[in-house]
Design a protein around this ligand. Structure first.
Ligand SMILES: NC(=O)c1ccc[n+]([C@@H]2O[C@H](COP(=O)([O-])OP(=O)(O)OC[C@H]3O[C@@H](n4cnc5c(N)ncnc54)[C@H](O)[C@@H]3O)[C@@H](O)[C@H]2O)c1
Length: 391
């Protein structure tokens, strides 16, 4: 049996506990929770957990009284750092949602708190540990492209409306879509290139698609444009264009924010790596249906390797021999199989049989890259990426 304490028992962490951890080890039990929304949490909890889980007011009380074997933080983004800093005091494995911080102060404080901590962290970066990414990494290490010189990565997000109709649109919580989304991509790109991102130039386009002047608090059921609006539940259903098909907040409302505090419709980066290689990463949030694409093309003098998580395909081209290969990965697992891998890592850390492949330093390094991208897009110039361990 593994006694788990959960801080912020929301939708994402519930999915990880119920569909990932318990699938791997049915003995996982939620014994303590810190979450101000006790009623909502109780509804989400699995039957067995509902009986057993005790609600506590603080992390200290949860640790002292519930005596968990491990902790998980599943709050929204702005609370990851303050809670993780509290958890760093204990010698308990931690599953931590991303982004691990949303400001430079938070990231620096987090780095300091963990510099002396024995708490081992599995940061929730499913892409890095997904089987497709690990396969790409293996081929790269075997010399499939020689020295990586260039990378071009894309992320055409087919479910992007959540960033204007769900709490993700609250800038104080998410601080923009580099931190929210690119944190995964910067992480796996540095991992595959085998070298950290050193400098970033970025730009963002906002207010061309989502956001706008519709009144505060507007939801579809109270809007006169349901018949014509492509984002109304009935039109999404009719057009099979994705997104929630129940009543939802207006994606064109002043509530979405304005200026730099409005999530970007799309944003792009020019990345310079410490090795001297460079690349581009671009993310687009109004894509729908078959436009979905996420992956990268890495190249060097010896070859080109490309993969896409949506087609689940990896292609290797030898530049100097008449051979190319395409491989397809299995389908159906959440986050392209990455969530199961994260679950294996976390349970392995708890049982002392595995080390985390996504330690706290990876989470913090990715936040430093996201913050550089954000600053660059705001200031219109290259920004140096702070490196973990080099204040
Ligand atoms: N790794 C991934 O691929 C992935 C995927 C989806 C979401 N996420 C991340 O997961 C996080 C949670 O997202 P979600 O959709 O589950 O959100 P959610 O709103 O469903 O869950 C947040 C939970 O935190 C609780 N909470 C609020 N204030 C709190 C406080 N002061 N102390 C403790 N708990 C508090 C809420 O009551 C809620 O239960 C986000 O940061 C998001 O970026 C990551």
């Amino acid at each position: 049996m593994i006694r788990l304490g959960v801080i912020g028992y929301g939708g994402r962490i519930h999915g990880i506990i119920d569909h990932v951890l318990r699938r791997l080890d049915p003995g996982v039990r939620v014994v303590g929770v810190v979450d101000p929304d006790e009623a909502g949490t109780r509804k989400r909890l699995a039957e067995g957990d509902r009986q057993e889980a005790v609600f506590y007011k603080s992390v200290a009380e949860l640790v002292r009284r519930a005596k968990p074997d491990a902790l998980a933080i599943g709050t929204r983004c702005n609370l990851h750092t303050p809670y993780a800093i509290q958890v760093a005091r204990y010698d308990l494995p931690l599953f931590l949602e991303k982004p691990v911080a949303v400001t430079m102060k938070q990231a620096a404080d987090l780095e300091k708190a963990f510099s002396k901590s024995r708490c081992q962290v599995v940061v929730s970066f499913p892409l890095r540990v997904s089987p497709l990414c690990e396969l790409a990494r293996r081929y790269l290490q075997e010399g499939a492209i020689g020295n990586p010189v260039h990378v071009a990565a894309v992320n055409y997000v087919p479910y992007g409306t959540v960033y204007w109709e769900a709490p993700y649109r609250d800038y104080q919580i998410t601080r923009g879509l580099f931190l929210q989304k690119a944190t995964h991509d910067f992480d796996y790109l540095a991992y595959l290139m085998g070298t950290p991102i050193a400098r970033i130039a970025a730009t963002a386009t906002r207010g061309h698609v989502f956001g706008g002047k519709k009144k505060a608090g507007l939801v579809c059921s109270r809007c006169g444009e349901q018949e014509t609006c492509l984002e109304s539940p009935q039109n999404r259903r009719r057009n099979q264009s994705g997104g929630t098909c129940s009543d939802h907040p207006c994606v064109y409302s002043v509530d979405c924010g304005e200026g730099h505090q409005l999530n970007e419709d799309c944003s792009s980066t020019l990345l310079e790596f410490a090795s001297g290689a460079h690349g581009v990463y671009t993310q687009v949030f109004y894509s729908r249906r078959d436009a979905a694409s996420r992956g990268a093309t890495l190249s060097g003098y010896a070859g080109t390797l490309s993969f896409d998580w949506y087609t689940n395909e990896l292609k290797r081209v030898r530049h100097h021999a008449p051979f190319s290969a395409v491989e397809r990965a299995g389908e159906g697992a959440s986050h392209f199989g990455g969530d199961l891998e994260l679950g294996e890592d976390f349970l392995g850390v708890v049982k002392g049989t595995r080390a985390s492949r996504t330690p706290i330093q990876a989470g913090i390094q990715s936040v430093y890259a996201c913050l550089a991208a954000k600053e660059s897009a705001e200031k219109g110039r290259f920004v140096k990426v702070r490196q973990v361990g080099q204040a």
